[in-house]
Design a protein around this ligand. Structure first.
Ligand SMILES: Cc1cc2nc3c(=O)[nH]c(=O)nc-3n(C[C@H](O)[C@H](O)[C@H](O)COP(=O)(O)OP(=O)(O)OC[C@H]3O[C@@H](n4cnc5c(N)ncnc54)[C@H](O)[C@@H]3O)c2cc1C
Length: 660
């Protein structure tokens, strides 16, 4: 798709440039007095949280922002492979894939040895992330990602719409109420800043609060959570421009290092004409902020021209620009529990995204770490609020995401040093660098982290089973389920199995069969299915609420080696009757395709098969042998809450459907 030919136009890229207008912000209505979850901030972290909670009719949530409406320009632009996978969980990846610039190559430019005042291309390589996911790293305006999340919220069962023009002034957490799960210990005070009712104070009481209010988070301050790390002391300029140039790699992501003037990182953007440039500016003094140095887009352009000599970039339009400083900081903790008493308390207030980690934008990690933060927290909050999981589950958010944030801060410190050609004050005063080979090595080494696909949570009761890892060596426990294709038995359709794991709060169990057909009642797969469908200790029966579909909490899929399976020979449980009419679900049984064999691609043991248990956020929670029935039950028993009376009724329903 091409757009922005005659000038940058924000809004829905499905609408032609000539008539595209940003959509009007929603009408202002009063804030609710009481909610289950209050979300402060409509960036990618807040919107992902809201998008996920919007799926649940029994949870009330409210999302608030100080701005007058949705973001239109600038900020982050890189959508990592993992973020694409998460958007697929919201059924929204296709639009993003279609609209983004797809990043396939990197080019490296250094001073020409013969004429060092000029830059010269050293080489061009394929992007190191290709093949890590079925999705590719894409570049698109952050505002577009927001739009798609907002659209999903509005179209959901709860029709959730943000409240704009409200600034959080104060947050109070009543510690005497935090361990009473029915209480509303959070009191948030907002001030309206719209023309009609400027200064009006509104108070919201909440059971939980999620602070996704960016780097200067008022929620984080309200919770007295300190930031650790260095503040910035080097300024960079960033701009999105429409241009005419003789620089040949203008449509390739390029790392450009000049001899005397600093560095440029160039990223082509969506639509075919727009490009983003990060331009190295000057050192800041100890107490100086980037905002204090009074540079404008003209200074960024002038510096860029010097660095890119002998090429010229005639800037026709600056769509957006900003000046920022580089620094790496991470919050000491991501929730309201004091460090010295963390294990015994249930958290009620959380921070996520830039509110708890800030760094330079060059690695493209800001949005791509913020959004998975709340993708991690969303399903846990929903499960606790719905009474499906023990509230201790909420403690795992801080542990899991703090690890990622610390890795991110370390990686960003390295990359920032490599991309800058000139010394960074108070940190590294070694001589100027002009070698892009180090950047290339860094990218190759960190490709899984940059893509977000190698993010791995530490062992815990929701990431366990290391002793069985060899049964499926390509599904790494703690990492996200690496999707691969299989053929659906009922209709022969090729299906990415990872795309079955939607953001609906459900657990998935993939049963990879062994050499015996599941149609054989003595096979391990058949026995496991029988256990799940009928045994009184089955987690499916124990944790599925009465009156709901059999797959509404734990959704089980069969993936088999046998290619001659017939749906009518499969156990009933694998094509269950559901919904008010008892219609059968034909989309749960698959076989491995010759030449595209999922077992071989993901190292699944052909002789023994296995179960792969996948969390609602797509991370792998456990791998078990097919006959580990008791262990599977114990895994869920650790944190799930039994739904009374369900065991008998589900077994009864299955029998009824079989007779039909
Ligand atoms: C000016 C700027 C430029 C950036 N440039 C780049 C870039 O070039 N490349 C890149 O990769 N990343 C960039 N980023 C970072 C990237 O946008 C963030 O990492 C990402 O948006 C983080 O998402 P978030 O949801 O955690 O927070 P944010 O996107 O910062 O969202 C926070 C939201 O909270 C709202 N808010 C804040 N305080 C309050 C309050 N008291 N009351 C109510 N609402 C409040 C804000 O209005 C905002 O909408 C930039 C960020 C900023 C702010």
């Amino acid at each position: 798709m091409q757009y922005h030919l005659n000038g940058f136009k924000p809004g829905n890229y499905q609408i032609p440039d000539e008539v595209r207008e940003p959509s009007a912000p929603p009408l202002l209505v009063d804030l609710p007095e009481e909610v289950d979850v209050l979300i402060v901030g409509c960036g990618p972290a807040g919107l992902t949280m809201a998008r996920q909670l919007a799926e649940f009719t029994d949870i009330t949530s409210c999302i608030v922002d100080q701005e007058p409406g949705p973001l239109l320009f600038g900020r982050a632009d890189g959508i990592s492979c993992r973020t694409m996978e998460i958007m697929e969980a919201f059924n929204s990846s296709e639009l993003i894939v279609k609209e983004t610039y797809q990043l396939k190559q990197n080019a490296f430019w250094e001073p020409d040895k013969e004429h060092p005042e000029n830059i010269k291309r050293t080489h061009k390589i394929a992007d190191a992330r290709i093949g890590l996911s079925e999705f590719i790293h894409g570049i698109v305006n952050q505002a577009r990602l927001h739009d798609i999340l907002l659209e999903g919220m509005e179209n959901s069962v709860t029709h959730l719409i943000p409240h704009y023009n409200r600034k959080l002034l104060e947050l109070d957490v009543d510690s005497s109420l935090t361990q009473d799960l029915d209480a509303h210990p959070i009191t948030a005070t907002f001030e309206r800043n719209d023309d009609a009712q400027s200064g009006k104070i509104e108070i919201v009481k909440a059971r939980y609060v999620v602070g996704t209010d960016g780097a200067r988070s008022a929620v984080r301050k309200g919770l007295s959570i300190p930031l650790e790390g260095d503040s910035a002391n080097k300024a960079w300029g960033v701009m999105d421009i429409l241009y005419v140039t003789d620089f040949p790699d203008i449509r390739v992501k390029s790392f450009i290092q000049s001899k005397e003037h600093g560095a440029v990182m160039l990223i082509p953007r969506e639509g075919g004409y727009l490009v983003r440039m990060y331009v190295e500016l000057d050192l800041l003094t100890q107490d100086q902020r980037a905002a204090d140095i009074n540079l404008t887009e003209k200074d960024i352009i002038a510096k860029m021209q010097l660095i890119m000599s002998p090429y010229t970039v005639d800037v026709k339009e600056v769509a957006w620009w900003s000046i920022y400083e580089v620094g790496q900081r991470v919050a000491e903790r991501f929730d309201d529990r004091p460090l010295d008493n963390a294990e015994s308390l249930i958290p009620r207030a959380f921070v996520a995204g830039d509110a708890c980690h800030t760094h330079s934008p060059k690695g493209g990690w800001g949005l791509n770490t913020s959004l998975p933060d709340t993708f991690n927290l969303g399903w846990k909050l929903a499960a606790v609020l719905q009474g499906k999981s023990h509230p201790k589950l909420l403690q795992t958010y801080s542990t899991e995401r703090l690890k990622v944030a610390r890795q991110l801060i370390a990686a960003d410190a390295q990359l920032s040093k490599l991309v800058a050609t000139r010394p960074t004050a108070n940190k590294d005063n070694s001589q100027a660098k002009t070698d892009t080979a180090d950047i290339e090595k860094f990218m190759a080494r960190q490709n899984g982290f940059i893509a977000g696909t190698a993010i791995e949570y530490n062992p815990s009761y929701i990431c366990t089973g290391a002793e069985n890892q060899a049964l499926a060596s390509g599904f790494h426990i703690g990492q996200r389920f690496h999707s691969a294709e299989a053929i659906r038995v009922a209709d022969g359709r090729r299906q990415h199995l990872g795309h079955l794991v939607k953001a609906d709060g459900r657990w998935r169990v993939f049963v990879f069969g062994n050499k015996l057909s599941p149609a054989d009642a003595s096979s391990d797969a058949s026995r496991l299915i029988e256990f799940l469908a009928e045994d009184e200790s089955s987690p499916v029966l124990r944790y599925t609420p009465k009156g709901t579909d059999i797959d509404s909490v734990i959704d089980v899929y069969g993936v088999f080696q046998q290619q001659d399976l017939a749906i009518e020979d499969m156990p009933d449980y694998l094509w269950p009757a559901k919904g008010k009419y008892g219609l059968r679900d034909y989309e749960k049984v698959f076989y491995a395709e010759e030449g595209n064999h999922i077992f071989e691609q993901r190292g699944v043991d052909l002789d023994s098969g296995c179960m792969v248990v996948v969390r609602p956020d797509q991370h792998i929670a456990n791998i078990l042998p097919l006959n580990a029935h008791k262990e599977l039950a114990e895994f869920f028993d650790e944190f799930m809450i039994s739904q009374n009376g369900r065991a008998e009724s589900v077994a009864g329903e299955l029998l009824v459907h079989q007779q039909v």
